[in-house]
Design a protein around this ligand. Structure first.
Ligand code: UDP
Length: 318
């Protein structure tokens, strides 16, 4: 077990983190340290990994400085509440602290270990975008005092910290801007649109569309995203991004609701509720950079991804 690559995944019990743990542990050269505060997750998602000798769970909040008694080779910083329902409101200040204090603590750990470090940034840094689709060189349109700002500005500040650590300490950093992602291991209570609609339909409840449902998002299936994260970590040293990761096929929220209703239960209704403040109108990644640098594009269609996600939630709800 001496020559293993030690990979630290913060937020390792969350939706993306646990899928990444599952994937990376398949490589017998990897030792996975999964770090999580379990603020919006539990160890349920990693219960199948916990007995693996190449896996270790550490309960810790990245808001506090981090010490790991192993030489770390790579870090994926995925820790942060990520659903609007979870990151706003009473959790808003905690969210900013996770983004900013968390980035500083994890960057310090990377510096001490001379580890490569990948930051999960977000399409939210573009805010209610005035450019469409969004390219990495667009600076965004974020309301700095709105209810989403804790997450959007927190993640923007984290990007700036990552680039400062690169400039000042020559640290190898990678920034990915993740667009809407869905799939197995999402929490039933997550609050984001696809898990909400699927769980509502499976329970025979009405689907809750916010606003008039004409707003758009582009949804990437989790396995495609995981491939892209690993490919980004393996890019050449000079490459830091930021790089958009997502599926560029755009749908209105009404189309998503219709599609899930048709797949699960045609008898339920779609009901309309108020649109949350600052909810972006349109979102679609330009992924030319990912195609060029990673030789990557999403492979799994929405139709197939929804079927896989529906069967996951069916099992979970039973
Ligand atoms: N949304 C919705 N019903 C829900 C949850 C979300 O209509 O039950 C809408 C939300 O207002 C937004 C879109 O779906 O326009 C995507 O929301 P989500 O929370 O999944 O992610 P976001 O892209 O806003 O971070």
């Amino acid at each position: 077990m001496n020559n293993l690559k030690n990979i630290l995944i913060t937020g390792g019990c969350g939706f993306i983190g646990s899928n990444l743990c599952k994937k990376l542990i398949q490589d017998e050269n990897n030792f996975i340290i999964c770090l999580d505060s379990n603020f919006t997750s539990s160890t349920d998602n990693i219960s199948n990994l916990i007995n693996n000798p190449r896996f270790k769970f550490v309960k810790h909040d990245i808001i506090e400085p981090i010490e790991i008694n192993k030489k770390i080779d790579e870090i994926y910083n995925l820790a942060c509440p990520a659903s609007p329902k979870k990151y706003q409101g009473k959790n808003a200040i905690y969210t900013t602290k996770t983004c900013v204090f968390g980035a500083i603590n994890i960057l310090e750990l990377a510096k001490k270990n001379n580890a490569k470090i990948l930051q999960s940034s977000t399409s939210e840094i573009y805010g209610d975008s005035r450019e469409h689709p969004q390219k990495e060189n667009y600076f965004g349109n974020v309301n700095p005092i709105g209810p989403r700002a804790c997450y959007d500005e927190g993640k923007r500040c984290a990007e700036s910290l990552f680039f400062d650590y690169k400039r000042i300490y020559n640290l190898e950093v990678k920034i990915v801007r993740i667009f809407n992602t869905y799939g197995p291991l999402m929490d039933i209570e997550d609050g984001r649109v696809i898990s909400n609609f699927i769980c509502q339909a499976l329970k025979g409840n009405n689907l809750t569309v916010y606003g008039d449902g004409s707003q758009t998002r582009s949804f990437c299936y989790i396995d495609d995203l995981i491939d892209a994260l690993i490919k980004t970590m393996n890019t050449k040293k000079e490459f830091s991004g930021p790089i958009n990761l997502g599926n560029p096929i755009e749908y209105t929220i009404n189309e998503i609701a219709e599609s899930i209703k048709n797949k699960i239960n045609n008898k339920i209704n779609i009901i309309y509720m108020p649109l949350p403040v600052d909810d972006p109108h349109k979102r679609k990644p330009d992924i030319s950079l990912a195609k060029k640098e990673l030789n990557w594009k999403p492979k799994i269609s929405l139709d197939k991804g929804l079927d896989l996600t529906i069967s996951y939630f069916k099992n979970k709800l039973n």
